[in-house]
Design a protein around this ligand. Structure first.
Ligand SMILES: CC(C)(COP(=O)(O)OP(=O)(O)OC[C@H]1O[C@@H](n2cnc3c(N)ncnc32)[C@H](O)[C@@H]1OP(=O)(O)O)[C@@H](O)C(=O)NCCC(=O)NCCS
Length: 219
């Protein structure tokens, strides 16, 4: 197993996921997305498909001392039409099998990132974003797009519309447990997607976010 990155304290490493990890990845997914509809959750069979379709795009974080898989991310290559960015999560990821992966796609599409709740706040998402950005640079892709889940919106949805919520998060007037994490990593908001997925924590909304590879012209 080749180490792609090591955390500063040496406790964690990022590697490419392997088929033997599929059950652990499923467990991280269930723990990380407790309010996502069951038919939108990735299961073992989906992770095995990702590894057949695009192994380079599948990352896992392992705790070195225990050998436990504690976080992971899922990506595929795609083409992006920024004038028509509205989409539904489950359709883009081909019912979570990732068979829409386009080997000639010039953008990376982030299907998910999840850190086990016991391992949050240790910088593991930062490590995973670094690994994904390194992959983008290696492949010469234009950048990374994803549908962020604004998970703090559900709690305040009666107080303001989604547009105002996202604007406040972008301005730093509100903190969102997901979107704020991604904005800190250099992502910009492109637009809001209605009926993106089935999860009350984000009012079913997705926020289309973009990170551009500084080494490649993206327009
Ligand atoms: C979002 C998630 C991946 C963050 O993972 P994490 O490993 O705990 O995050 P990190 O420790 O790497 O923190 C990265 C930065 O975000 C900040 N951050 C972390 N959690 C945060 C939160 N709940 N609210 C605001 N900021 C937060 C950290 O302070 C850190 O800031 P810094 O860059 O200034 O140091 C994790 O909470 C998770 O798995 N959530 C559930 C799954 C999910 O919703 N995934 C996203 C789908 S789009």
């Amino acid at each position: 197993m080749r180490k792609l990155l090591t955390s500063q304290d040496g406790r964690f490493v990022v590697v490419n996921s392997e088929p033997e990890m599929a059950s652990d990845l499923e467990a991280i997914q269930s723990a990380a997305f407790p309010t996502l509809a069951a038919d939108e959750l990735m299961r073992r069979e989906h992770y095995l498909s990702h590894l057949r379709v695009f192994p380079q795009g599948q990352h896992a974080v392992m705790e070195r001392a225990s050998g436990k898989v504690v976080a992971c991310s899922t990506d595929m290559r795609t083409r992006v039409d920024f004038a028509h960015y509205q989409h539904r999560y489950i359709e883009v990821v081909a019912n979570n099998y990732l068979t829409n992966h386009d080997p000639a796609g010039d953008w990376l599409y982030g299907a998910d990132i999840g850190v086990h709740p016991d391992y949050r706040g240790f910088g593991l998402s930062k490590l995973l974003y670094q690994a994904r950005h390194n992959l983008i640079r290696q492949l010469g892709l234009k950048g990374h797009v994803a549908g962020a889940m604004p998970k703090g919106f559900g709690a305040v949805k009666d107080q303001m519309p989604i547009e105002q919520y996202v604007q406040k998060v972008v301005r730093g007037e509100l903190s969102d447990p997901v979107l704020s994490v991604q904005l800190k990593r250099g992502y910009a908001v492109w637009g809001i997607m209605t009926d993106y997925l089935d999860d009350p924590s984000c009012g079913n909304y997705g926020v289309f976010i973009v990170w551009r590879n500084p080494g490649v012209r993206s327009w």
